[in-house]
Design a binder for this molecule. Sequence first.
Ligand SMILES: [Ca+2]
Length: 426
Amino acid sequence: MSACLPIILGVFTLIYTIQQNQIAKDNRLQDERQANEIRQQNIYDKYLEDITKYKSDGNINLEIIRLKTLNAFSQLDIQRKRSIILFLYDIGFIHRNTTEKERLRLDGADLTGVKFIRSSTFHCQLDNIYLSGILASNIIFSHCRMWYANFDQALLINAQFINCSMSYSSFVSADISQAKFIGEANNAERIDFSNSKLIEMYMSLPMRNANLTNTDTFNSQIIFSYNASRVNYFLNTRLPNGTFSIIGTSQLIQDGSAETEYQKYWLQRSGYNAVEQSNESEQIPDAIDGKSYFKLFFNSRAFQDINVRHCSLFIDSDNAWFNLSAYLACPFSQHRKDITNIYLRFYDENLIGIKTEILESNYNQTSFKYQYLTERILPHTRQISVFIGTIMNNSTLFTNINNNSNYTKPYCLIDDMKFNIFKNIL
Ligand SMILES: [Ca+2]
């Protein structure tokens, strides 16, 4: 017994020391937590105080407010971030139905994991909330009313919208992959999902009247309503099984037939001569389509840019081809090698040229001839510039000028130009 006592005392001392160390450690952590809490509360209070003062003074510089807000978000916890969003909403800074000048943009604001959950004290009425460009993976909205909400360009991976009423909301160019739309009626009416990613998204009710232009729904669990009054709009859409919906094949060149005032859509290239439009009184030959056509002289050049972002998904799938067609002629030239051409330049997202294609008239083409060109569109193409012009033998021009004849300047003709994108089924 007497031999045991020191051992017991020793064990006791050891346990006591471990306990004391743990208590000291707990206290230290508690102190750190408190300090952090106080620091966050100070940042939060100062932020609210500043913005309220700007607002009451009428001294609203949205760029400064934006920087202050992003700075606050980078330091605060999710509860305080949520409070700031509700504060900004309440004072009208993040409403979709204001003008762009009056609206605070929160692009890049980190709202990851923030929760907006309706409760007895919080009604979550967020109609028209404007949260374009936020970074908000795992964000949760539960039992909220958010008609006309705007989440354009936002990153919302694995977001949850539980029993939310959100008709007419907008997710243009947003990433809502793996998100969940769970719950009751009105959950998903007339939402604009164009250009957005809905990969592996889940929606418990059928999707209705949504805009799915260029939307990626690959591997999603979405049921599309085929009720006649509730059909969704599919164009260049990647469907859940990986296939594509109808691909837009409509004419992408604006006024390719010289029928409107052509300067409306065509720009003159600097350093080149103008392209002209024929008028009926002087017109020989007749136009192929409508009443007039383009007249292109020596060194004439005009262009227009076609934006193909609305079918970027399809283009990047590497199945996209284009067809360019037009009627071309050079009846009023004096050199058999004078030609007219349509020159296509393909650009990527950064406007770096990645491909060039040319459709040309033949030599000695004195009357209109239908010509076309069909080629693959390279993935990553985002813009296509269409140039119309001529390659004329210089001597033709000089000959005419020197002869001082009554022969008007030689020119070539283009009419009924069409550019379509289509799916190559081979
Ligand atoms: Ca025409």
